[in-house]
Design a protein around this ligand. Structure first.
Ligand SMILES: [Zn+2]
Length: 83
């Protein structure tokens, strides 16, 4: 009984961590799990960041408007300018 509830608790913790931070959908692939965001939401965020950057917005403004951390926004912008 005790062991069963314990394994259930750890399963719940894993399930909680395996959700997209944006839409709360379950994440299945390891890359999305590591990022904490699903591929579709990631694409939306990247598109939004690129659009805002094209408008000449500051990094801080892009962070606030997209709700993403500085390192994420910087990484996206670096990738865009590199390609
Ligand atoms: Zn999502």
């Amino acid at each position: 009984m005790l062991d069963q509830s314990k394994s259930e608790a750890s399963r719940n913790i894993r399930a909680l961590c395996g959700h997209c931070c944006n839409c709360w959908r379950a994440l299945t692939d390891p890359i999305s799990l590591e990022r904490g965001i699903g591929p579709e939401c990631l694409k939306h965020k990247v598109d939004a960041i690129c659009a805002l950057a094209a408008e000449g917005r500051q990094l801080e403004i892009i962070m606030v408007l997209t709700g993403m951390p500085a390192d994420f926004v910087t990484a996206v912008l670096n990738e865009v300018t590199a390609s």
